[in-house]
Ligand binder design. Structure first.
Ligand code: SAM
Length: 230
């Protein structure tokens, strides 16, 4: 059961036990069942859910995460990468932030049926949600171009914490260049990225160290980060 995931997890330094495998199996069942009435994912092949959602999410474990870290997933959608990380690392204290009500309700449902402790779902936008400088680690996957993503994530990280931005595709060097101003303004600094291969393609986790407090005017009001990226 979920052998491809177990192999990928091992490559990222995690050995999944039977309880964790059963949790991933149930998560996939719930995701595909809810997806028939709520638009959660375009990936509906069970094998692809295992690889492109679960294994991809676990790639964040290439970056060391301290025990009981406070983890925030911004724009969690159906829970990626936050929920797979919580299943693999039950010690983490996870907050899932998601603007769309139906997706937030799915997240609450699935965290409940999987019996996960210390998971909070916040149905809000990153521009208005509480938790400024309160998290050790902030993760985001597929939440806009880097300058936008940085304004929606860096304010939540404590100084000394990190942001992990999951990215793929050939436009990455240009995107990194375009994020220089946002990094300076928001108190971030690029650290060494993590590169991995998944489904025959190279992917990257951009690692940003929070080196200074984010000025209080950021994030700007709802919609501004995406409309006028820094
Ligand atoms: N991270 C998930 C994944 O990789 O499968 C979902 C990615 S989906 C493309 C982007 C998600 O971010 C959507 O569910 C959307 O509602 C949410 N989102 C976009 N802007 C947001 C904001 N400003 N605050 C909170 N959530 C936001």
């Amino acid at each position: 059961m979920l052998d491809a995931l177990a192999t990928a997890a091992r490559a990222f330094g995690v050995e999944l036990n039977d309880t964790q495998r059963a949790q991933f199996d149930r998560y996939r069942t719930e995701l595909l069942a809810w997806n028939e009435r709520v638009n959660l994912t375009a990936i509906v092949d069970p094998g692809e859910v295992e690889t492109l959602h679960f294994a991809d999410s676990l790639a964040c474990l290439l970056e060391p995460i301290e025990s009981q870290a406070r983890l925030l997933d911004v724009g969690a959608g159906a829970g990626f990468p936050g929920l797979p990380l919580k299943i693999a690392r039950p010690d983490l204290r996870l907050t899932l932030l998601e603007a769309t009500g139906k997706k937030a309700r799915f997240l609450e449902h699935v965290a409940g049926v999987l019996g996960l402790d210390d998971v909070e779902v916040v149905n809000d936008r990153a521009e208005t949600a509480p938790g400024r400088e309160a998290f050790d680690l902030v993760v985001a996957r597929a939440v806009g171009a880097l300058p936008v993503l940085l304004e929606l994530t860096l304010p939540f990280s404590r100084v000394g914490g990190r942001v992990l931005a999951m990215k793929k595709g050939p436009a990455l060097p240009a995107e990194l260049g375009s994020a220089r101003h946002a990094l300076n303004v928001l108190g971030g600094e690029l650290a060494a990225p993590r590169t991995y291969a998944l489904a025959g393609e190279s992917r990257q986790i951009i690692v940003i160290a929070k080196v200074a407090a984010t000025p209080s005017e950021y994030p700007r009001r709802s919609g501004m980060p995406a409309k006028h990226p820094l």
